[in-house]
Design a protein around this ligand. Structure first.
Ligand code: UGA
Length: 427
């Protein structure tokens, strides 16, 4: 199959490389010339385990190409997949202008029966608006080509995206016209052969499935954070509680690690976008605003553990371990570290940070932030250590080893890494 993926961002590149592995002829496009040049020579704009190898394999086989998003890249494609960004607007709703621009280009350029597939995260009703845009473009060209607009959300988690793309737990396809199901059966044939479920549903259901999945996981996290906060007061151990409930298969053991709260470009944005699209549709979500509030509160709570243990942070040397919002990525968007550093700077702390992957990019937010060359180096003269991302190299060190290298003894464990640390704090 000929597949064009519009948008050479994280989702677009991972998806395009996976489709090339599935045996399709893939062009991944972008409007940024320098990004295309870099990608064609194998340079990735971010770190994602296994992706460099998968892209290199696609480029070497000739099945994967990167190109500027010209009309030619759309003309002959069977499937045109839109994977452009949907950043938040001021009221939290998703900015869909790039998605609509892709639909317009598809309407202008396609010359054969094909499907326009929305992979970007978009609220229910977006595919319908894209359909109208494409019809309008076809009217202007005085053509009446057969096409369908489908939704095929991604469930890729950063740090695990290659595995999630090559062996997903499920593929969701929203397609209102059965005449186009065969496009997806061919697109995902290698997955269907492995008995991975490809679930067909209406377009609106598929669009909502994406938000529902992320909002549910975010709810699970805020729920367990509240249980952990309460456990601390009544003398229960949240880790034991998590074990106790996680063995119930209806609950499951995953996404129950309490701590400093979730970050990243997905959960915070998608929870707020779902609230906003509910409001627009006349439905006021009651749980989701609390999910968001609990999550924001977690970082404040952990900050106050630190500040309380030190009797104020002014002039104290504080070490931050972990700048990315989770391990195995160099992404700092909505990372709890940003809140900590900002507040520590405002309150006059002397900060040094270390992250195995995040280096200069943090200086675009905090130009003067001191970075240590290694975790151990960072501890010299430290009054306190705050762990905000559970990179494996941190958990290899014991609390005793860490404290032996520090000046003080306060450790805030924002991710529940060390067994010896109860409720995220040891003084
Ligand atoms: C999330 C979803 O997991 C993906 O399925 C989805 O495709 C993606 O969003 C997206 O919409 O693109 P991601 O944000 O990359 O993926 O990472 P997660 O592994 O879900 O972690 C999100 C946050 O939750 C991180 O800050 C992590 O530290 C936190 N978390 C996770 C916890 O605090 N506790 C846990 O037990 C698990």
């Amino acid at each position: 199959m000929k597949v064009t993926v519009m948008g050479a961002g994280w989702v677009g590149i991972v998806s395009a490389a996976a489709f090339a592995r599935f045996g399709h002829e893939v062009v991944c496009t972008d409007i940024r010339d320098e990004r295309i040049v870099a990608l064609n020579s194998g340079d990735l704009p971010f770190f994602e385990p296994g992706l460099f190898e998968l892209v290199a394999e696609g480029l070497a086989s000739g099945r994967l190409q990167f190109s500027l998003g010209t009309d030619e890249t759309i003309r002959e494609a069977d499937v045109v997949m839109c994977a452009v960004g949907t950043p938040p607007t001021a009221n939290g709703s998703a900015d869909l202008s790039a998605v609509f621009e892709c639909a317009r280009q598809f309407g202008r350029a396609s010359v054969k029966k094909s499907v326009f597939v929305i992979k970007s995260t978009v609220p229910a009703g977006t595919a319908q608006r894209c359909k109208e845009i494409i019809e309008e473009e076809q009217r202007l060209r005085q053509t009446n080509l057969s096409f369908s607009v489908a939704s095929n959300p991604e469930f890729l988690a950063e740090g695990n995206a290659v595995r999630d793309a090559l062996t997903p737990e499920r593929v969701v396809v929203g397609c209102d016209s059965e005449r186009y199901f065969n496009f997806f059966e061919e697109l995902y044939a290698p997955l269907i052969a492995q008995n991975i479920p490809v679930v067909f549903m209406s377009v609106a259901s598929s669009e909502l499935t994406k938000y529902a999945a992320n909002a549910f996981l975010a709810t699970k996290l805020s729920f367990i954070n509240e249980i952990a906060n309460y456990a601390e007061i009544v003398g229960a151990d949240p880790r034991e509680v998590v074990k106790g409930i996680g063995l119930d298969s209806r609950i499951g053991p995953k996404f129950l690690r309490p701590g400093v709260g979730y970050g990243g470009s997905c959960f915070p944005k998608d929870v707020r976008a779902l609230i906003a699209s509910g409001n627009e549709a006349g439905y006021r979500f009651r749980i989701l605003p609390e999910v968001d509030r609990v999550n924001t509160f977690q970082r404040v709570r952990y900050y106050e553990k630190l500040s309380g243990a030190l009797g104020g942070v002014k002039g104290r040397r504080i070490v931050i371990w972990g700048l990315s919002y989770k391990p195995e990525t160099d992404d700092i968007r909505e990372s709890p570290a940003l809140y900590f550093i900002d507040r520590l700077q405002q309150e006059g702390a002397d900060i040094v940070a270390y992250d195995p992957r995040v280096k200069e990019s943090i200086h675009s937010v905090f130009p003067a932030l001191a970075l240590a060359p290694s975790a151990e180096e960072s501890l010299k003269g430290a009054d306190a250590l705050v762990l905000l991302t559970e990179w494996e190299e941190f958990s290899k060190l014991t609390v005793a080893e860490i404290r032996a290298k520090m000046l003080g003894s306060v450790i805030v464990d924002g991710r529940g890494v060390w067994k010896e640390i109860q409720n995220g704090l040891i003084t």
